[in-house]
Design a protein around this ligand. Sequence first.
Ligand code: MG
Ligand code: ZN
Length: 232
Amino acid sequence: MIEKTEHTDSSSSASSPVAVFCDFDGTISLQDVGNRLFHHFSDGKSDDPVAKWLSDQIDSRQCLIEEAAVMREVTEADLHDFIDRFEIDRAFPAFVDFCRTRKWPLYILSDGLDVYIDRLLKRHGLAGLPVFSNRAVVENGRLRLDWPWIDNECDRCANCKGFQIRRLRTPGQTAVYIGDGKSDLCALPEADMILAKGFLADHCRQNGIDFVPFNDFAEITDILKDSPLTLR
Ligand SMILES: [Mg+2]
Ligand SMILES: [Zn+2]
């Protein structure tokens, strides 16, 4: 059992040579929980807005609005029951510990929703991690969405990961980014080291962007332990 950790102490975070930024869906969680949740509670109708988002016809905020709009009525308990079926990467808690040992701040950046991120992290004893995401609450059977980070000068994201890295990293800090998907694209130009799998790895390969491939957090821990970028 990993102790609940608090990485928001700005004095120790600011002096750390490295900051780690990490996607949630499909990276920390084994599946894209947000995508599965909307798919499940809309009987597949959410696939249409997702296809439009994937082909750049709508931004991520519009996508989430349209996904929520086609959901059937739900209670908070319905959502919790569904969310509780999902697992996170088995080695992620040990990775959190590794970052804590090195005194590296670890930030979770998601263009998904706090409603499942917070619940999944809490179930794994990781409720103290700083998470920056969009928000959702169940209200009268509907999912009410809220956008705390919408004012980010990005026309692609509701919670832009590039904006978050620029905001959170301190001068001179090496930014490590870990992700797997389309919502991670804005993070790429801000990161000094990119760890990627899936769509994001393909994107980096196709566009000549340097990255390190990974399959899970056990590999990530091994990679970062010995990386010259993080040993200064
Ligand atoms: Mg992802
Ligand atoms: Zn963006």
